[in-house]
Design a protein around this ligand. Structure first.
Ligand SMILES: *Cc1c(COP(=O)(O)O)cnc(C)c1O
Length: 479
């Protein structure tokens, strides 16, 4: 089956409106703790939306403890059926708008082999930016012509491999075209998109209109390169900006066709939002946040938008609907490519640390817990952006207790290495050996920053598999 797979008929195994004890417990616990005694030093709760598989994992009396025992350090958990579900939702949005669509997973968001495998099995391609990413995608079943290659001026090795395997290359720089011309042949032309620098953008990526004209002139003389269309990738999560720029790229395709190029694809890159926490929690947090909530009076300038009302495929539907972009794509026989990274991994993984130390500290005359867990904040990469990962970690196992504001530090000798500076309103005091589960970490949090600092082990990824009944089996990811 090709990349343009339509809606599959099998019943989704995830994402249903299931209410499970773990989720209820997590919610009632954080609500209680937001109230009286610790209201001043305890951060407002940011309870994550939990997928049914996560509730099953948290409710299992043994599984998390068994995996933690076997691994002996922090680990990430992946649930590939949720990736498959996310892919199906994107395909369904294309299908509903009657648009030819193609999906390339932005591989930098998570290295796990099981994600690439899920793409291969569910009709999604992969967007790579290095020779090793390309090799890994091929190794886990993605075909060469299902690959997109993006990134600034690319290494010769990457361009050579991409050409050999028939990948679609998003050219970012005129010099790349010159190098590519030497690689393809008239019999097997190199497939390219031209990456456009949006008019008002100060990004270092993409080509200006003059550079695009120069590229079209160069391509007019080349028999070894085939221009298949244009691309962009925007930061932020604005559906309208993407729809409007896609409209401009359709016009560019039509112009390129007058010059004899096939130009049939517009790629709008990634940047599809993920909804981590409910609207009311995010609003309350933003309204009340202040230094009084944070260990050592820390503050951050900005936070990621953890509440996102129309995430993933719903955002794609909005883009397609805006100004009837879908109609324009259809009328001009153009296929729309998307490159979701984070959104493809929404609700597909979590990260588990073990509590190995617990101190009591005081702020504003009130006690709070300061934990040490067995890993580092580099396994929770929001720190890269000088910010904090706000969906609340959950304490396992669930037991009755007194709500306790809790900051979480890493097992390193850096004062600044904190997983949670804010005092998370945990439902009870954490004890040695408890597990702390950070939810929804598959997109970018797991391995973008992974580091063997202090010769601490890099957390392995554990893959959950559905077994008979409601049981999970688990393996180590094969990346
Ligand atoms: C990072 C990146 C993506 C993926 O972005 P997300 O925000 O994770 O969806 C897609 N395309 C390009 C060119 C990128 O650099």
């Amino acid at each position: 089956m090709g990349l343009e797979a339509g809606l599959r008929s099998e019943t989704p195994t995830v994402g249903g409106p299931v209410s499970v004890a773990a989720e209820d417990a997590a919610r009632s616990a954080v609500h209680n703790s937001g109230s009286t005694a610790h209201a001043c030093v305890s951060a407002a709760p940011m309870p994550a939306h939990l997928d049914p598989w996560e509730c099953r994992l948290l409710d299992d009396p043994n599984l998390l403890g068994d995996i933690a025992f076997a691994i002996g350090g922090p680990f990430h958990v992946m649930y590939p059926p949720r990736v498959a579900h996310n892919i199906r939702e994107f395909h369904a949005a294309f299908e509903k708008a009657a648009v030819r669509g193609v999906l390339y997973y932005g591989k930098k968001a998570n290295k796990a082999a099981c994600v690439t495998r899920s793409c291969a099995e569910n009709g999604a391609g992969v967007d790579v930016s290095s020779a090793d990413e390309l090799r890994a995608a091929l190794a886990h079943g993605v075909r060469g012509d299902e690959l997109m290659v993006t990134g600034p001026a690319k290494a010769d090795e990457l361009l050579w491999l991409a050409t050999r395997h028939g990948a679609l290359i998003a050219v970012d720089d005129l010099g790349e075209l010159g190098r590519l011309a030497a690689l393809g042949s008239a019999a097997a032309p190199t497939r390219v998109l031209l990456r456009v620098l949006p008019a008002a953008s100060a990004s270092r990526f993409g080509m200006t209109s003059d550079e695009i004209d120069g590229a079209l002139a160069l391509l007019g003389e080349s028999e070894s390169i085939r221009l298949e269309g244009f691309s962009f990738h925007l930061s932020g999560y604005d559906a309208v900006a993407r729809a409007e720029l896609a409209g401009e790229l359709i016009t560019r395709c039509l112009h390129a066709r007058t010059l004899g190029h096939p130009a049939t694809t517009v790629s709008i890159g990634g940047g599809f939002g993920v909804d981590y926490v409910p609207a009311d929690a995010a609003a309350e947090f933003t309204e009340r946040v202040g230094r009084q909530w944070f260990h050592s009076g820390k503050s951050f300038d900005s936070y990621y938008p953890y509440h996102f009302p129309a995430p993933g495929a719903a955002m794609l539907a909005r883009i397609l609907h805006h100004d009837d972009l879908a109609g324009r794509l259809r009328d001009n026989a153009i296929r729309l490519a998307i490159e979701p990274g984070r959104a493809l991994l929404a609700h597909a993984g979590c990260t588990v640390f073990r509590v190995q130390g617990s101190k009591t500290r005081h702020a504003h005359g009130q006690p709070y817990r300061l934990l040490t867990v067995d890993g580092s904040s580099l396994s929770l990469s929001e720190q890269w952006f000088d910010s904090e990962y706000l969906p609340d970690p959950m304490l396992w196992p669930t037991r009755p207790g007194t709500p306790t504001p809790t900051s979480v530090g890493a097992a390193t000798c850096l004062d600044s290495d904190m997983l949670s500076w804010r005092r998370v309103p945990l439902p009870r005091a954490a004890e040695l050996g408890d597990l702390l589960i950070y939810p929804n970490t598959a997109g970018y949090q797991m391995d973008s920053n992974e580091s063997a600092f202090h010769e601490l082990p890099i957390p392995p990824k554990v893959v959950l598999h559905d077994a008979s009944g409601d049981h999970f089996r688990w393996t180590r990811d094969g990346s």
